[in-house]
Design a protein around this ligand. Sequence first.
Ligand code: HEC
Length: 190
Amino acid sequence: MWLWMLAGCWNIGQDLTTETTTAESLALEAARQLASTSAEQLQTQMVQELGNPGPPNAILEGSSESEALNPHSGLPSPGNGRIGHSSLRPRDPANRAPDWVQPWLDAHRDAEFSDVQGTEQIVEGPGGSVARVLLPIPMLDTCVRCHGSEAQIPADVRTRLEARYPDDQATGFAVGDLMGALWVELPVEG
Ligand code: HEC
């Protein structure tokens, strides 16, 4: 049972105006699967972390500084497509939203997660058709330790985040806020 589903994430908005072909439907379905697996993964890691009997910042004690600080590493591989998680207030500039995700983020600035819907599209790219799926990402209580208010982020976590991400904007979110978008692009084969 996934909080994400409970939170109503599956009300995906329809951007599809024309009838889809079988190849397009297959690509969309694969993109949907990839997006939902990634969303589940993000939450499972956080839930495991919460249930962890060790010190509250156990996740910070990883093998390398970047792995330790980053619970989001290991998004599933998109094969010859692309996958990412982006936010209007990013922590890591490498998570910059692609051109089709940025307008969605801009349109939902300061939104509550419960008020927004994801999108699905088939578009013509230079290399052929591409299936795109975007899922909204909610701010959960399991995220506050690294994305919450200054008071919610333990001092040692704050120090390490500041050292690694000097331009960090990804704090100050409240539970229930829309945090960003998980997006997937897959080529339509055939
Ligand atoms: C242990 C600290 C930690 C926790 C807990 C955490 N995050 Fe993050 N988050 C990070 C770091 C570090 C980055 C930047 C690195 C990256 O995304 O690869 C990041 C980046 C992000 C991004 C991408 C945009 C950006 O800011 O660069 C999103 C979206 C995000 N987190 C959502 C969440 C959500 C939702 C949760 C709770 C389910 C969560 N995070 C919990 C540390 C954390």
